[in-house]
Write a protein that binds this ligand. Structure first.
Ligand SMILES: C[S@@+](CC[C@H](N)C(=O)[O-])C[C@H]1O[C@@H](n2cnc3c(N)ncnc32)[C@H](O)[C@@H]1O
Length: 238
């Protein structure tokens, strides 16, 4: 079966097909064949509008869109740590309106790479800036967002009021320590039943985040669901 034009970029697919993967890695081909994103005009329009601003493929973008839609019916703000050019944050802001989406990035690339991170060294994805994000949000007439520039949480979390609570969090920071620090900051502020999505769980090169999510699976305060689209989803039980 040919993939639809919006599934993944041809460049991404070709790059991945050429890789020599180590044991435990390799492209996956699930046999599920329900493709609701193909017939959801609101989602398709939104994804087309953000596509040049996101590294997410259609599968992860749709999963975030669906979680955002469900979260819109609850109280609490949304937090994204790791926004790059703002694409995934714009999807969230569109569907959770009028709830606020806090959009955090250094806008100077990846930080806190360490011994658990095989690929990342620091400074990757610095090809984004805060004005690009503002322009994207403005083009979508989105006003329900706050930009947090700097290393999260150390430099930018002080911009968030102490009484703020969260219902949905998207952590897309590529490395172990940034994922851990963001999780530990948000955990006491996350509502019971609140959800954290780890974008990088199932990706070659993001071994630090994979390892961190495996650690979380021992934490009885949450359930962690791993998806074949690469995301891991943690739901707070208590
Ligand atoms: C893969 S990109 C995010 C992609 C984005 N979510 C999208 O829609 O494509 C990862 C981003 O995380 C940011 N980042 C990593 N660690 C961070 C931290 N501790 N605080 C703030 N930003 C961080 C980097 O600057 C980079 O822009």
């Amino acid at each position: 079966m040919e993939l639809a034009d919006h599934d993944i970029s041809a460049q991404d697919r070709d790059d991945r097909r050429r890789r020599n993967y180590p044991q435990g890695y390799g492209l996956t081909f699930p046999v599920a064949d329900y493709r609701p994103w193909d017939i959801d005009p609101e989602f398709l329009g939104l994804f087309a509008a953000v596509r040049a601003h996101t590294k997410l493929d259609v599968y992860r973008a749709y999963s975030l869109y669906m979680l955002g839609n469900q979260t819109a019916k609850t109280t609490g703000a949304v937090l994204e740590v790791g926004a790059w050019r703002g694409g995934s944050a714009a999807i969230l802001a569109s569907v959770v309106r009028p709830s606020t989406v806090y959009v955090a990035d250094t806008w100077q690339g990846v930080v806190k790479a360490g011994p658990r991170d095989d690929y990342y060294k620091g400074g990757e994805h610095a090809d984004a800036d805060i004005d690009t994000v503002k322009e994207l949000f403005s083009s979508l007439t989105l006003k329900n967002y706050r930009l947090l520039a700097g290393i999260f949480p150390e430099e930018s979390s002080k911009e968030i009021q102490p009484e703020e609570t969260f219902s949905l969090v998207h952590i897309d920071v590529d490395v172990y320590l940034s994922a851990k620090d963001a999780t530990e900051w948000v955990w006491p502020r996350l509502a019971t039943g609140g959800t954290i999505v780890y974008d990088d769980f199932g990706f070659y090169g993001c071994e630090g985040v994979t390892a961190y999510v495996h650690e979380l699976m021992n934490d009885q305060r949450m359930r962690v669901i791993t998806n074949l689209n690469g995301q891991a989803v943690a739901i707070k039980l208590r």
